[in-house]
Write a protein that binds this ligand. Structure first.
Ligand SMILES: Nc1nc2c(ncn2[C@@H]2O[C@H](COP(=O)(O)OP(=O)(O)OP(=O)(O)O)[C@@H](O)[C@H]2O)c(=O)[nH]1
Ligand SMILES: [Mg+2]
Length: 362
């Protein structure tokens, strides 16, 4: 990679130089205006602008020898096998430069910034904008039409399949899994209240979290308030017996112990527990306040169990909702519920695409 500095009277001239010297693939790394210098006649000379630009493969399109307004920098040597240069350079650019390098137009920068500020992946945003502008096919740039189209595309990309669907005669078994403190137990209580009290269904709760003091009590308290049986199972046999005992129930909600994404043996243990139980719907419970890499690590941790739904908690505490969007698109697993506060039973709602869009644009 070759990095060079270009001086010119204005940015247009400087950019022309960049393209002439380094070719169309050159990436602008930084721009700045240099203070006006005092000339030999004692008068202020016009200020100059400086653009630092890079080209990944020197020689391609680069034309050495044309040195007007140009200062060559010592080439920076980076080991290409160690770094993805394109991504590295990309991170060095300002937001606007990144948008421009992705081919966005001036009127698209507003929506680009808005989505990126809310955590939506930059490349995803540029793809959405590109697709939206192609589909609106407006000759004169109509940002309102494009905005509507982007919202529509985002909605289309999301998957929401409603809340828990009961099986009719057979007991529906739903297990909530996920990282520590994500809100599994609280969500189980909210779901139990919805099905037992509001929908008048027969519900039983099981906790597999028999290791921690208080974990069983937490669920038992909810169970007592709602007059719902609460069971504990510490092995596969016990869980099988509980399932048999409650075969008259419409819904069996299974609470599990929170585990750090670093624990890679846990998913295997759960798999053993659920073996021979018949169909168990697994919902991965994640907090929107978690960083995207934690979401990804949890997904990886539980993926061999077969994740049927994503359930996002703590939307009331979320500051940015782009990671939820990125994650849903990456995993292609439908959303089931959102929880929006600590109150049991009211702070839960069936996940809706419109809500995700609203949260991102708010
Ligand atoms: N603000 C907010 N807090 C929530 C929400 N859901 C759960 N919480 C809180 O998050 C904390 C952890 O909730 P739990 O239900 O115990 O989480 P858990 O996933 O069962 O935790 P472990 O069993 O330790 O893995 C509690 O203080 C809950 O009140 C929510 O939607 N919003
Ligand atoms: Mg819990």
């Amino acid at each position: 990679m070759r990095i060079r500095r270009f001086l010119a009277k204005n940015y247009t001239q400087a950019l022309t130089k960049v393209k002439q010297e380094l070719g169309e693939d050159a990436l602008v790394l930084s721009t700045r205006t240099l203070n006006a210098a005092t000339g030999s006649d004692g008068l202020n000379a016009a200020p100059m602008v400086e653009i630092t630009a890079a080209v990944e493969h020197p020689g391609q399109g680069e034309k050495p020898g044309q040195t007007a307004f140009m200062e060559s920098e010592r080439p920076v040597h980076l080991r290409e096998d160690e770094l993805d240069l394109k991504s590295l350079i990309f991170t060095l650019l300002t937001r606007t430069e990144r948008a421009q390098s992705l081919g966005l137009k001036r009127h698209q920068l507003g929506i680009y910034s808005r989505l990126v500020d809310n955590g939506v992946n930059e490349r995803l945003v540029s793809k959405l904008i590109e697709k939206a502008s192609a589909e609106t096919a407006e000759t004169n740039s109509d940002s309102d039409a494009e905005h509507r189209k982007i919202t529509e595309l985002m909605q289309r990309a999301l998957l929401c399949k409603g809340g828990i669907q009961l099986n009719g005669k057979r007991t529906k078994k739903v297990a909530l899994v996920g990282p520590t403190g994500a809100g599994k137990t609280t969500t189980i209580a909210k779901l139990a209240a919805d099905f037992a009290l509001r929908q008048k269904k027969k519900v039983a709760l099981v906790t597999l979290d028999t290791y921690r003091m208080g974990a069983i009590d937490q669920l038992k308290v909810y169970g007592e308030i709602m007059r719902i049986p609460v069971e504990t199972a510490s092995n596969r046999k016990e869980l099988q017996n509980i399932v048999r005992k409650h075969s008259d129930k419409d819904l069996l909600l299974i609470d599990t112990m929170g585990k750090s994404p670093k624990d890679d043996s846990y998913c295997g243990q759960l798999k053993v527990m659920f073996k021979d139980l018949g169909e168990v719907e697994t919902q991965l419970v994640l907090s929107v306040t978690a960083q995207e890499n934690i979401l990804q690590a949890s997904f990886k941790q539980f993926s061999s169990l077969g994740i049927d739904r994503l359930l996002f908690t703590k939307l009331d505490e979320g500051m940015s909702f782009g990671s939820l969007f990125n994650f849903c698109l990456r995993t292609r697993i439908p959303l089931s519920y959102f929880t929006v506060g600590q109150r049991v039973p009211e702070d839960i709602e069936v996940a809706e695409k419109e809500k995700v869009i609203r949260l991102i644009f708010n």
